[in-house]
Design a protein around this ligand. Structure first.
Ligand code: ITT
Length: 186
């Protein structure tokens, strides 16, 4: 299936394409703006976005992706505010908020929203537990990747090759569910 990914984030596009193209799907970035409402959950943001797109782009197959980093010791912050926190205090600001506290567990979450040409809508969720580093490491990935180490690894997401990040990440898990739903059209 030809899917349009509505995002401003090239990193997300790379991860979606790597996961879906081997199954015969194509993913192209769509430069559409949709309002990201301030909501209490990623799912609510995605549902609102799908509704908005359905009213304006009926007949297309579109995907949206909303993600966030939820830090336990910060009560889940930045969570649904992850983009705002990234643009303001940045990953270094999140490290500063944690200081040298020993409790550094965190979770990345991703919700993918699919709008089908017939108007059908589906949500796919994935999460990844891990911990926040004391200093940023690695040059790969994007966003908060240099400060997050997935459980069971010592490397940050930014130190993992993209394909390996996709096997354990929040987005990779949501993508695996999406790929099952779409089936193999190759
Ligand atoms: P959209 O145009 O798709 O909304 P965005 O970058 O605003 O792109 P989000 O709101 O989903 O995306 O992401 C919130 C923040 O979390 C943002 O700063 C991202 O860079 C970051 N983020 C999302 N997924 C990430 C990942 O897999 N690894 C590291 N940081 C991530």
């Amino acid at each position: 299936m030809k899917l349009g990914l509505v995002t401003s984030n090239a990193g997300k596009l790379r991860e979606l394409a790597a996961a879906l193209e081997p199954a015969g799907h194509t993913v192209a970035q769509r430069a559409l703006e949709y309002p990201e409402v301030q909501a209490a959950s990623l799912g609510a943001v995605v549902e609102f976005g799908l509704e908005w797109l359905a009213q304006r782009h009926a007949g297309e197959a579109l995907l949206i992706d909303d993600a966030g980093l939820f830090v336990d010791a910060l009560g889940g912050f930045p969570g649904v505010y992850s983009r705002y926190a990234y643009d303001t205090i940045g990953p270094a600001g999140v490290l500063a908020l944690l200081g040298d506290g020993a409790e550094r567990s965190a979770e990345f979450r991703c919700v993918l929203g699919l709008l089908l040409p017939d108007g059908g809508r589906q949500l796919f969720r994935g999460s990844c537990r891990g911990r926040i580093t004391r200093t940023p490491r690695g040059n790969g990935g994007f966003g908060y990747d240099p400060v997050f180490v997935p459980a069971g690894d010592e490397r940050t997401f930014a130190e993992l090759p993209l394909a390996e990040k996709n096997t354990v990440s929040h987005r990779g898990r949501a993508l695996a569910a999406l790929a099952v739903y779409l089936g193999d059209s190759g």
